[in-house]
Design a protein around this ligand. Structure first.
Ligand code: FAD
Length: 489
């Protein structure tokens, strides 16, 4: 939809959950707003591909209590507490309620060696923040019927977590904005930000219309980076945004109901396998996770991604998914900053605000972020409860510095996990051995000292490669395992 030129109090760029929630919050405080962006059915929109789990605790990893991780966990807990009122207010207006599923069950199985540690971390975190986390017999988890060999050995019920139906939520927010007299919902892309001196003073739409406003909020998900690039020199130090592509599916025809979310913990790359009931009786299955740039990532769903998603759902959650009917398969680009934390509020550029970097938790965080951004816009000052300000935030230094050995070691740890997908099994203790073997090989390749290479060369000279590989596998893996703890990953 194109428009005549327009003048408003604020332009919000993007109509995913963040753009819509921010537009609504600003309009609720009497501001005239133009929310500019294609609607949520546009391919690549993260919000509509999301399971929309509201997961402060079940999103954590074993290193949850490190600085940075802890701040984000606390922000998720605050976001979760904020949600009840947000939903209540939405559901009070005419126009239908947004379906909410109470409770999440997290299962641990042998697909990933860290599941047990991650569940222990969830229990510890829940205890620390006074949240409920109740052990459950995996046999009692409704809808859990994994394939042989994929049995869950532990389950944790988190009654205060849950999920919303993301499509209903987006439709509802979109409809409310369209019905607000002060708000304009404009279904097009923004091509450029307008500047006057050092200030941002509005936006140009893809059709060439000009919208002037003293405030522009960038909430265009992974699309924020391209818009920021235009004003890059004004905020040179900000962390860059990447796109973490996620594929999900919605199916119908499952013979059982899911009264709660059922999910695995997050694992290296993936965001865990999860099954979420939707308001119309369909079931959402999520999700893959790859930083875009991998083959097929750009603008479609690949067979490999669908295979990985369904393999996990059918083996780890319920073999019955074999006979379900597809309603949709979709993908979204999760906005991810290089320091892994959201970017919220004022930027160093006058008139420019940002709300993104929510990665796996944007549905959960949207109402609280909208409240923070709305307060910063109205006061013009930083909100003292914003833990992720964009003003003054610096791109993190690479923790590995220039160390090639460190990069190889870190990369190989992830490579070993990547090689296990889907399925996750190597016989015996071979996952660890493979990782140790590859790390040891990486060291040989990157070490200044040539003596290791000389030993290897003499082994290869003495024995055919096909015979020496198993021996080397155990030898190098054993040596790596015996290395002092602090030199290991
Ligand atoms: C598969 C998957 C599962 C997920 N599961 C969960 C979950 O269970 N719980 C949770 O809390 N979070 C989840 N997330 C993360 C969550 O979806 C995101 O963090 C959140 O949706 C980001 O919202 P957004 O509005 O910033 O971005 P988006 O939803 O991506 O919206 C941005 C919009 O801006 C538009 N846009 C881009 N460029 C421009 C431009 N120049 N002009 C105008 N518009 C533009 C895009 O087309 C898009 O429509 C999941 C994400 C995925 C992909």
């Amino acid at each position: 939809m194109e428009i005549e030129n327009l003048s408003v109090d604020a332009v919000v760029v993007g109509a995913g959950v963040l753009g819509l929630a921010i537009s609504r919050a600003l309009a609720a405080h009497g501001m005239s707003v133009a929310c500019v962006g294609p609607d949520h059915t546009t391919p690549g929109t993260a919000s509509s591909a999301a399971g929309a789990m509201l997961s402060p605790i079940s999103e954590i990893s074993p290193d949850w209590d490190k600085k940075g991780n802890l701040e984000e966990l606390e922000f998720r807990i605050r976001s979760s507490a904020y949600y009840a009122d947000f939903l209540l207010a939405l559901n009070e207006d005419d126009g239908g309620s947004v379906f909410y599923t109470p409770g999440s069950v997290v299962i641990a199985n042998l697909v990933n060696e860290s599941d047990r540690r991650t569940l222990a971390a969830m229990r510890a975190a829940a205890h620390r923040y006074g949240l409920r986390a109740e052990p459950m017999d995996p046999d009692d988890v409704p809808g859990l019927r994994p394939a042989r060999g994929y049995d869950a050995f532990e389950a944790l019920f988190l009654p205060e977590e849950g999920a919303v139906d993301t499509v209903q939520l987006l439709r509802r927010l979109d409809g409310l904005i369209r019905a607000t007299p002060r708000a304009h919902r404009i279904d097009t892309f923004v091509s450029e930000l307008l500047r006057a001196g050092d200030r941002i003073v509005g936006a140009r739409t893809a059709g060439g219309s000009l919208i002037s406003a003293p405030v522009v909020v960038l909430a265009a998900g992974a699309g924020v980076q391209a818009l920021m690039d235009g004003v890059r020199e004004a905020c040179p130090g900000l962390p860059r945004l990447l796109a973490g592509k996620g594929v999900s599916a919605v199916v119908t025809g499952m013979p059982m109901a899911y009264p709660h979310v059922v999910r695995t913990p997050n694992r290296d790359f993936a965001c865990g396998t999860h099954v979420v009931p939707r308001g119309d009786g369909s079931i959402y299955i999520g999700a893959t996770n790859r930083i875009s740039g991998t083959p097929g990532s750009a603008d479609s769903v690949t067979p490999g991604e669908v295979h990985s998603l369904l393999h996990a759902a059918m083996h780890e959650i319920n073999t019955g998914f074999r006979a379900a009917a597809f309603r949709s398969v979709t993908y979204g680009m999760r906005p991810l900053t290089t320091d892994y934390h959201p970017l919220v509020g004022r930027t160093p550029v006058p008139g420019l605000y940002v709300a993104t970097g929510t990665y796996r938790n944007g549905l959960l965080m949207a109402p609280l972020i909208a409240d923070i951004v709305s307060r910063e816009v109205r006061s013009g000052a930083p909100a003292d409860d914003n833990p992720f300000p964009a003003d003054g935030r610096l791109r993190p230094a690479n923790p590995l510095g220039d160390s090639i050995a460190g990069i190889v070691e870190e990369g190989i740890g992830h490579l070993a996990s990547f090689l296990l997908e889907p399925g996750g099994h190597l016989p015996y203790d071979r996952y660890r051995e493979l990782r140790s073997f590859l790390i040891a090989l990486g060291r040989v390749a990157t070490d200044e000292d040539d003596s290791e290479r000389a030993v290897l060369r003499s082994k290869f000279a003495a024995t055919p490669m096909s015979e020496i590989v198993p021996q080397l596998f155990y030898e190098l893996a054993d040596r790596e395992r015996a290395a002092p703890q602090d030199t290991r990953r």
